[in-house]
Design a protein around this ligand. Structure first.
Ligand code: E4P
Ligand code: PEP
Length: 348
């Protein structure tokens, strides 16, 4: 019994939704999907361990708000991934959940119609349908695990996972990451704090026990084995942190902790000053570092969409510009191809 004098004072509605197993029945995995994810997860683990010498490239929109645009983007990306497969393992950024500094649209799962109606069940369906589509193309995907329950619905389709700058220090996110099957990258904090990511990697390597839900939607205790397939992502803080002097500093910190020095650089966010065009400069710098002998940089991240820039979410959704980000500024497709190809040429 809920006593309304002391409980749920700030809750307006509690609405049961589809269970993870029912959603998976509606959008099942074909053998081709399983092969895409299995190959994606395994290849990324091999890149992390250094067995596979290629560079991991996480490239795609800041956020998905229109699954048709995302499908077009994925088709283009698949062709680029095939073209550059000798040097890069390209994984499409398919981010459905956005952490906000204060308030704002929290992504396709939370609010698929972008009108504050927050039809989360519909958001989960659209997300899963899109991930199945992309896996059918043979293109692996990457997501940010932000909500700690939604992985039960879609995580089987991701080949790589990020924990964001605002949640790397969170115990709940570390618990969750310790049970994920993919490689997990931890961003440094928004203020540039590196230690929270290093602490996260140690916490996540250990077995954890916590309360979540099971595939049938029942409350369950989850006991994990721990996930040692993790790395740091440098995303800048008060200032950028992608240059060689920062990368070397992190290498030393990792070595002191007896963790293999494997580092991903996010070319966007504070490393680009949130200006999409600057991602080119970051990527050029990374290519130089690698040419100069760096062996710890194992990957990079780029925020890119069909079209350049960003737009605010209009009241009338017919006014949305197709293929333009509704969160952070993104590079357009042509520039994305160009800078990624140049990166490969520079490495040769
Ligand atoms: O990646 C996207 C944004 O940087 C992140 O969601 C924070 O956005 P905000 O500061 O606009 O809320
Ligand atoms: C929100 C993101 O990044 P960060 O956590 O680094 O701000 C992101 O990659 O979408």
């Amino acid at each position: 019994m809920v006593d309304p004098r002391i409980e749920n004072l700030n809750v307006s509605v509690e609405q049961a939704i589809i269970t993870p197993s029912k959603l998976k029945e509606q959008y099942p995995l074909s053998e081709k999907c399983i092969e895409t994810v299995h190959k994606g997860q395994t290849t990324i683990k091999n890149i992390l361990s250094g067995r596979d010498k290629r560079i991991l490239a996480i490239v795609g929109p800041c956020s998905i708000h229109d699954t048709d645009a995302a499908k077009q983007y994925a088709q283009k990306m698949k062709a680029l991934a095939d073209e550059l497969q000798d040097q890069l393992f390209i994984v499409m950024r398919v981010y459905f959940e956005k952490p906000r500094t204060t308030v704002g649209w929290k992504g396709l799962i939370n609010d698929p119609y972008m009108d504050n109606s927050c039809q989360i069940e519909e958001g989960l369906k659209q997300a899963r349908e899109l991930l199945v589509y992309i896996a059918e193309l043979g293109l692996p995907t990457a997501g940010e695990a932000l909500d700690i329950v939604t992985p039960q619905y879609i995580q089987d389709l991701f080949s790589w996972t990020a924990i964001g700058a605002r949640t790397t220090e969170s115990q709940s996110h570390r618990n969750m990451a310790s049970g994920l099957s993919s490689v997990v990258g931890f961003k440094n904090g928004t203020d540039g704090n590196i230690d929270i990511a290093l602490n996260a990697m140690q916490a996540v390597a250990a077995p954890q026990n916590f309360v979540s839900i099971n595939p049938d939607g029942n409350v369950a205790v989850v006991r994990t084995k721990g996930n040692t397939n993790t790395h740091i992502i440098l995303r800048g803080g008060k200032a950028p942190n992608y240059e060689a002097k920062y990368v070397e500093e992190i290498e030393h910190k990792l070595s002191r902790l007896d963790i293999a020095p494997r580092i991903m650089v996010d070319c966007s966010h504070a490393n680009s000053g949130k200006m999409a065009a600057n991602q080119k400069l970051v990527l050029e710098d990374l290519a130089k570092q690698i040419q100069n002998g760096n062996r710890s940089i194992m990957g990079f991240m780029i925020e890119s969409n069909l079209e350049f820039g960003k737009q605010s979410i209009p009241v009338n959704k017919d006014d949305l510009k197709f293929g333009v980000s509704v969160t952070d500024e993104c590079l357009d497709w042509e520039s994305t191809q160009e800078i990624v190809r140049d990166f490969c040429k520079n490495l040769k």
